[in-house]
Design a protein around this ligand. Structure first.
Ligand code: NAI
Length: 333
């Protein structure tokens, strides 16, 4: 059997801890995958003079697939985020974040099962900012017909593939009439090509209110970059927090799978991180690599550990360490 190489970027903070958990689980799963470790993030920036070395980007291009832990980004200055850099350089235009209630993890909501599709390459994340005069800063929101059409098409195609019924476009076109108006026009055009999928439009502030009242009424949500960043974390909170929710960044040539959480500086290095998010991202990666049987086995094992509640990490109110949780998943496999 040929062994497929996957670029593994452990990242900063709790990244190496959740990546090690994932490595051990993949080993127990006996999938024909080999992790090719590469550097990125704040901790290696001094060594390379950049938080995203070329060798790392080239490795993902070569392997076509990456698995990534979180990387730290300075606030209000410093280098561009390694994440934003990776998404731009590999044109990983679609961020995919499935958010599903986890049986055994008690939250305020039940039956949440939605997918956030976020445009990854433009919007305010184009990072085009300048000082107009001292005390006045301009930050440009870039929205193009090409990227908006591409992400809406991706959302509808994903809805069809996942047997979903509805796609909701999230926007603020009542205020940003040109930029969000263009996004909405593209959504409407694409929606006409998918008559079997219900198309709905919802203003982003209303969506946030609806999500905390009745999250179960949403199916697939598609939106620009900034709204997607905020809404996907809100959605993670509906099902138990950032430690649980997986993510994928998908382009035409390659894909990078990563947890949605950050480096968790408050618990980093203590062995307390919940590895579920990166493990569930690994489930998504296995599906993408056509290892569906292994994906289901791993998904079931993680689900069993949560349902039985025998190895619950601190973020979910338990006392288990990352190693305890990892062992429980391996035992369940
Ligand atoms: P964060 O996600 O690191 O932490 C928020 C809270 O969630 C903390 O209390 C943390 O302990 C908890 N948490 C997160 N993941 C957890 C896990 N797996 N297990 C248990 N608890 C977990 O967000 P924050 O503090 O806003 O960001 C910290 C750093 O991470 C920043 O430098 C930020 O730029 C970076 N970041 C990186 C991301 C990425 O690489 N994809 C995504 C988000 C933030």
């Amino acid at each position: 059997m040929t062994v497929r190489k996957v670029t593994a970027i452990a990242g900063d903070g709790i990244g190496p801890e959740v990546m090690e958990s994932t490595r051990r689980v993949l080993e127990a799963l006996k999938v024909p995958l080999e992790l090719e470790y590469q550097d990125a993030g704040a901790e290696v920036a001094n060594k390379y003079g950049t938080n995203l070395p070329n060798t790392t980007v080239e490795s993902v291009m070569r392997n076509g697939v990456g698995l990534k832990g979180p990387t730290a980004t300075g606030i209000g200055g410093g280098m561009q985020s390694a994440n934003v850099g990776l998404r731009k350089r590999l044109d990983l235009f679609a961020s995919l974040r499935p958010v599903k209630s986890v049986p055994g993890v008690k939250t305020r909501y039940e039956g949440v099962d939605l997918i956030v599709v976020r445009e990854n390459t433009e919007d305010l994340y184009a990072g085009i900012e300048h000082i107009v005069v001292p005390g006045v800063v301009e930050s440009l929101k870039i929205i193009t017909e090409k990227a908006s059409t591409r992400i809406c098409k991706f959302a509808f195609e994903h809805a069809v593939a996942q047997k979903r019924k509805k796609v909701s476009a999230v926007h603020k076109a009542n205020i940003m009439k040109l930029s969000d108006g263009l996004f909405l026009d593209c959504f409407r055009k694409v929606a006409r090509e998918f008559p079997n999928i219900q198309a709905e439009e919802v203003i982003v502030d209303n969506l946030c209110m609806q999500l905390v009242k009745n999250p179960e009424k949403y199916d697939v949500l598609v939106m620009e970059n900034l709204y997607g960043d905020i809404v996907s974390d809100l959605c993670a909170g509906l099902v138990g927090g950032l430690g649980l929710v997986p993510g994928a960044n998908i382009g035409t040539g390659c894909a990078v799978f990563e947890a949605v959480h950050g480096t968790a500086p408050d618990i980093a290095g203590k062995g307390l991180a919940n590895p579920t998010a990166l493990l569930m991202s690994t489930v998504m990666m296995l599906d993408w690599l056509q290892h569906q049987d292994d994906a289901r086995r791993l998904e079931r094992a993680i689900g069993k550990v949560h349902l039985e509640g025998t190895a619950r990490t601190g973020d979910l109110g338990g006392k288990a360490t990352t190693a305890d949780f990892t062992k429980a998943v391996i035992d369940a496999l």
